[in-house]
Ligand binder design. Structure first.
Ligand SMILES: [Zn+2]
Length: 188
């Protein structure tokens, strides 16, 4: 399942994963991200907006990490999230899309406040509407990706195949090392 807040917080791991530049500061990446999620057009040269985005990503990442590990969010962080949910004004509007009626939120202004609201709302929706046990941290300790586990038994451990095979190889090497070690000990 695609979720805006996951796309957003995971953007910081591209820095470790593939690129050497924060994708939030890559105008092309940011344009595609904003188009994908119907956000306002954010210009990376707008330092105030960029500061807001970076701050939000750090905060949301912290909260989601805590949630993955302890399954709870502190009261002060809930208050902070609620504060962020106040950041945009909008109204509801009926629209027809693909032959179906839909109720859309229409922002008073398409700006960074709306973007922040949408990102936080995406997390708030997940928190209240899906099984939070399915929001997981990749178990590769060098990776920080958070993903939604859609597997039937909720058994997925890795963000993707790269991490899965990396960890399997590592486990195999460790067990081999362990094996050698015990063999040596036995010989003595
Ligand atoms: Zn991973």
């Amino acid at each position: 399942m695609n979720m805006l807040f996951l796309d957003f917080i995971n953007s910081q791991w591209y820095i470790n994963h593939q690129l050497f530049k924060d994708p939030l500061y890559d105008q092309k990446w940011l344009d595609e991200f904003c188009t994908k999620w119907n956000l306002s057009e954010i210009n990376i040269l707008n330092t105030e907006n960029m500061k807001e985005l970076i701050k939000l990503r750090a905060f949301l990442s912290f909260v989601v990490n805590k949630l993955c590990k302890s399954k709870v969010i502190s009261k002060s962080n809930i208050n902070k999230l609620n504060q962020l949910l106040l950041s945009s004004k909008f109204h509801k509007e009926i629209a027809m899309e693909d032959g179906k009626y839909k109720l859309n939120n229409v922002p008073e202004k398409l700006n960074i406040e709306w973007d922040i609201y949408q990102i936080v709302l995406s997390f708030a929706d997940a928190l209240t509407q899906i099984n939070i046990d399915r929001i997981k941290l990749c178990q590769n300790p060098d990776c920080g990706w958070v993903f939604y586990d859609e597997s039937r038994g909720c058994t997925r451990k890795w963000c993707d195949n790269t991490c899965a095979s990396l960890m399997k190889v590592r486990k195999f090497r460790e067990s081999k090392k362990q094996h050698k070690y015990t063999n040596k000990k036995e010989k003595k």
